[in-house]
Design a binder for this molecule. Sequence first.
Ligand SMILES: [Fe+2]
Ligand SMILES: [Fe+2]
Length: 471
Amino acid sequence: MLRQSIKTITVKNLLTFLMLAATIMAIIIAFNFRALSHNIVKNEALAVADMVKAGLTAHMKAEIMDKRDYFLSEIGTLNNINKISIIRSPAVIEQYGEMGARQEVITPLVQKAFQTKKAVFIINDFDAAPVIYAAVPYIASNSGALNCLSCHEVAEGTVLGAVNIELDLQEYRTMASWILLIVLVASLFFILLLIVNIFRTVQIYVKEPLESLIARAKVAYEEHSPVNMEKFESLEFMHVADEINQFNTDIIANQELLKQMNHNLVDLNNEIEDTLKETVFTMGVIEEQRSKETRNHTKRVTEYSRLLASKIGLSDDDVRLIAAASPLHDIGKLGIPDEILLKPGKLTDDEFESMKNHTTIGYSMLVHSERKLLQAASVIAHQHHEKWDGSGYPWGLRGEGIHIFGRIVCVVDVFDALLSVRSYKEAWPLDRTVAWIEGQKGKHFDPFLVETLLAHLCEFIEVGERFGSSE
Ligand SMILES: [Fe+2]
Ligand SMILES: [Fe+2]
């Protein structure tokens, strides 16, 4: 969704509202001005009619009625008057006859004025040439020094005639257009000023403080310092800053607590892991002591395994895992009877077959655990007597079908055994051990592991010396 800035939203909404308000205002002004204009031009027509009536009365008093056409033609030259004429009513025509060539046709407008005895108007202000038609009737009266009834043989209140006037409205329409234009321009100018002002207000009092607040909140959180509320002019932003300070304080306090709890958990986890490793190692040592193997055999197998796993590029996790699990490689010997396990000299075939069981016994002791360490230990216990060429036990697995942990412990276990004194043999010298190990490359042992061990032989010897037996 396309998001708009607070300024755009404010200005857009305000502009829509103001344009609507300006349009409504212009329409109201236009209608009012039109109504006012109509009143003005009607009054103007009535004033002209009164003027004509007064002029004709004066002509009658001066007994110069034959000169009235001059008077009317002069009136017709006055401003805005397109046309002016006098139309006799049927009652006057009956008494004096028609006005000859000057008698005009009685239009429907004049007819209506005769009937209603009131001034009647038609305003065509939307025509190309806007005009007002007015028909103003003269009613017979017997008041005044020279009353109508002294000349006209009609009853009082009879319509004597009408002044028929056509006034030009172009001037009013032009004026209306100008006023409308001025109102619109003034409105637009006002709207523009308002928008600029609102734009500026939003920028200064909303956008900038908001951006500043966000930046300050971030710094406050990072530096664990409060947002300075005095920097904000508006009450709302001060409240928001206050809330942010409260929020930051809570978060920071919780973070410290979490950090402490996490630290405790890590310590506890390390403690558990170390305890497990130590327990596993101790189990290996127990087995070592029962088997009366050379002292520290378990420790050396552990460190040789760690070193060889590291040299062949196993991951750090796997290096740690094999080092922790390898002490249990012969744990199954706890299930071998003393007379076989501790027998000096060579075992019989049957005894050797029983001895082989220490792999499966060790495996079944450990395999039920869901712990990664004990799972790895079960694999090592099971496979550390398998041989690369498939002639090992208990399954006769071959090559990479033997787990890498099994292959590693296999070679380092034999390496240490050859270099150590056992109940059935003396300690072999290094050169004989190396020659034998090398001879078993691809037979007993994984060739790559043999090559790696021999390539770093000095480091293995160093480890052996560091954890050597007391014998
Ligand atoms: Fe073994
Ligand atoms: Fe061993």
